[in-house]
Design a protein around this ligand. Sequence first.
Ligand code: IMP
Length: 432
Amino acid sequence: MTTLVAVGAQWGDEGKGKLVDWLAPQAQLVVRFHGGNNAGHTLVVDGEQTVLHVVPAGVLNPGTVNLIGPGVVVDPAGLLAELDALKERGVLRDPSRIRLSGRAHVILPWHTALDKAREKAAREFAIGTTGRGIGPAYEDKVTRRGIRVADLLDPKELRTALDRLAKQKNFELVEHYGGDPIDVDALYEQALEWGRRLQVYVDHTAHTLENAMRDDRNVLFEGAQGTFLDIDHGTYPYVTSSNCVAGAVCAGAGIGPTRIDRVLGITKAYTTRVGGGPFPTEDEGEFGEKLREAGAEFGATTGRPRRCGSLDIVMLREAATVNGFTALAINKLDVLSGLGDLRVATAYRVDGKLTQDFPMTLGETERAEPIYETLAGWTEDISGCRRYEDLPGAAQDYVERVEALVGVPVEIISIGPGRDETIARIDPFRPA
Ligand code: IMP
């Protein structure tokens, strides 16, 4: 049995969905442990594209059970729509393949309305959220007012909780933002219907996880967003409202730290970011545009064009530290083909001082000027390569330089969106 955590090493969109789907056939359980439908994982299997937001990426593998842990915030309508689409395509016949924690908090219409209203009112200080109500839902969880999935199954508890919440939420929506109130009676009926439809999936997921490990099953924990969007370790306040680092698995899924065998950091071969906030290696010129075009860098959830730039080793080193990476996976190496010489940032100059560390404050991160090392590019199309040795020498040198600079081995290289467009240098699920 091996437990493997896969998390993003950058600002999300590192291609975790593709990698998790590729890893999933070897796992009997795939677990989401934080975030919500702010995530968007695009999977391409046999040329067919599937975009998942909350359902773990193991769902396309018939033998995999997919668990949504208590650390996740769930938009019931969104989750039901995702499940319906999977059922319609015949991908999800057995509801026991989806296990939803009764303790996961529910994203309600107030949360999405407030997320949007606050962003609009913040103007130039807007975070650039996905507008999915993630922050407001976590806020109610932490202030102990939230509604959990299990409450949807208990009409009396649900009514009391909604009435309590309605006063405060409608006050903020109407009086502070000039919006329309949400009708609590209609919401109650709607929420009961969500509960009726979700009931079949509801589970005490920590027990399911424990049983799987006791039965010697491989478990894969699927991170969402990325290290620099983490509420504590990211570029605050331009972050999401959950912990995205590997350690979040323990609380968000219900597993002790002693049970984690490996942590795989997933990075693109370059860097992207959606939404506001500092981005030291951002390239607003021709190179950034080429990356956006070649890498089809548009958000899976909001369709927004992603900001693009060179690979930032300073970030990857910080990510390796706070996550304890045992290995790296480099995605989208194919996008760099034909882009000429490549630069990677190995240090920053901040206020005249050279540093190899990611800055502590937002201001320092905004003022960080990257110091680059230039590496030779390659022109060959590498999407057909299936073994590491098939890659052109310059592409191998790029991978090995990243490995040396970050100090973590690169075990997996992705050279296209398809499952087979993946090179594994070693089995990530080998016994610990
Ligand atoms: P929120 O998570 O919707 O509150 O958004 C907060 C920040 O995280 C914004 O900059 C979003 O663009 C970013 N974000 C949230 N989820 C993702 C994701 O899955 N990929 C990339 N960026 C994300």
